[in-house]
Design a binder for this molecule. Structure first.
Ligand code: HEC
Length: 109
């Protein structure tokens, strides 16, 4: 019971913090994940949650190095735990919707 409550509170605190977490990534990947980091990575916005979790975990473990810059990502992940990685992955998935681009409807107006 106590454990559940503690977990709930931690989750809440982290959810409130998801934007804060992503701020560390925005410098390279763009505020909305719309930039190819250092001109190399894929555009990550809206990317599948499970794919992101897999990639971030692999970067953290030093097992992913797609363009020879994996050590840069390993450094980014070094202080993040599993839960924070999941929160980031969810944030990245939903980021596209938050993107402040002209809505499609505006084109027909
Ligand atoms: C200093 C710049 C920098 C920062 C900050 C950074 N990244 Fe990256 N990111 C990169 C580079 C460079 C790559 C490509 C690495 C490689 O060679 O595999 C990459 C790759 C990725 C990929 C895989 C993209 C693909 O090409 O498939 C994801 C997902 C990702 N980063 C998420 C994040 C997240 C989440 C954070 C914040 C915790 C973050 N990055 C912070 C530079 C950065």
């Amino acid at each position: 019971m106590k454990k559940t409550l503690l977990f709930g509170l931690t989750t809440l605190a982290l959810l409130a913090n998801n934007e804060e977490l992503y701020k560390n990534c925005a410098g390279c990947h763009g505020e909305h994940g719309e930039i190819a980091a250092l001109g190399q990575s894929k555009i990550i916005t809206g990317q599948d949650i499970n794919l992101t979790i897999k990639q971030l975990t692999a970067y953290k473990d030093g097992e992913l190095n797609k363009y020879g810059l994996g050590n840069i990502m390993q450094l980014q992940l070094s202080t993040l735990n599993k839960e924070e990685i999941e929160i980031l992955a969810t944030y990245i998935k939903n980021m596209k919707k938050m993107k402040n681009l002209p809505p499609e409807e505006s084109l027909t107006q």
